[in-house]
Design a protein around this ligand. Structure first.
Ligand code: SF4
Length: 302
């Protein structure tokens, strides 16, 4: 006999081990959206005149993010949502997710900006990593994408830049910084504040587990791609992900505990390690803490 939803008598589609709740489709959707609305209300204060840039890769997280932000804000005439997709140039991968991103933005009638590493940096990610290199592909990809995303967000006058990081991503990043003993990097994960030249980052999905983001995309029939980037195996993140998932199975709620502990700690750490002031990179003009930004360093510009 099918298990019933704890809030009504319909068939459950999910059991949340961490909360002990069985939920039907309707109550599952409500639960995901409630968590996201709460995060936005508590941390990101959307105001009249806001332009929210959404980093849209076409993977499930960013597709869900755009769908929900559109659901929440599309009736507000004083808030605009603009999707931005960066085509890093990863053959056989990015073309597919880009197509999903185009499909969703056209269905929702959302302005969509697509820019590529090739146009901006004169090289695709595939070309960059084919060169002799000391770092993993994700280091190049992450730094360059972040820099380009901020540049475009500034160009369109965005007041917030929303990304699709979910609970699993957050727990993994916190744990990776712990393992690397990198407290200063950890502080950068803290609730964001406006800094000159750096568009305010927002992570509305940070309280939603990855599996629930995927289920939300499926039950809402959203166009998304589940394939994995060919460089993903190079990342330390994969090992940390497996470790945390293993803990979560044996100790449900571990991912939330990691994030809650971090959220409590971050205020105290922030006093010990105040955020460095920003200056303009002397080559590209993007905000950075040194004379030369990370992106220009990686590209060998001087
Ligand atoms: Fe970029 Fe690494 Fe993500 Fe691939 S897995 S898109 S290389 S950050």
């Amino acid at each position: 006999m099918p298990i019933k939803c704890m809030k009504c008598n319909k068939d459950a589609i999910i059991f949340q081990k961490y909360s002990g709740m069985h939920l039907c489709r309707k109550h599952f959707i409500e639960d995901v959206e409630r968590k996201i609305k709460l995060t936005i209300r508590k941390q990101y204060n959307v105001e009249k005149g806001d332009i929210i840039a959404v980093a849209l890769s076409g993977g499930k997280d960013s597709i869900v993010l755009l769908h929900i932000l559109h659901k929440i804000f599309s009736k507000r005439r004083d808030v605009e949502i603009v999707a931005i997709t960066i085509d890093e140039g990863i053959e056989g991968y990015r073309e597919v997710t880009l197509e999903k991103a185009r499909k969703l933005t056209s269905e929702l009638g959302i302005r969509h900006i697509v820019r590529s590493f090739k146009d901006e940096y004169d090289k695709t990610l595939d070309e960059l990593v084919a060169q002799e290199r000391e770092l993993g592909a994700c280091s190049y990809c992450g730094v360059l994408r972040k820099s380009l995303m901020n540049k475009i967000a500034n160009e369109i006058g965005a007041t917030k830049l929303a990304t699709g990081h979910n609970l699993d991503d957050e727990a993994q990043t916190i744990m990776m910084n712990h393992l690397g003993g990198d407290v200063e990097r950890m502080i950068r994960l803290s609730p964001p504040r406006a800094l000159e030249g750096l568009v305010l980052r927002a992570k509305p999905l940070r309280k939603v587990p990855e599996k629930e983001v995927a289920l939300y995309a499926i039950v809402n029939d959203l166009p998304f791609d589940m394939s994995e980037c060919p460089y993903a195996h190079e990342a330390l993140r994969g090992e940390v992900r497996d470790m945390i998932n293993d803990f979560e199975v044996r100790h449900p709620g571990t991912k939330y505990s990691i994030m809650r502990g971090f959220d409590k700690m971050v205020g105290i750490l922030g006093k010990e390690f105040p955020q460095a002031s920003l200056t303009d990179c002397r080559v590209c003009g993007e905000p950075c803490t040194a004379e030369l930004c990370q992106a220009c360093k990686l590209l060998g510009r001087s």
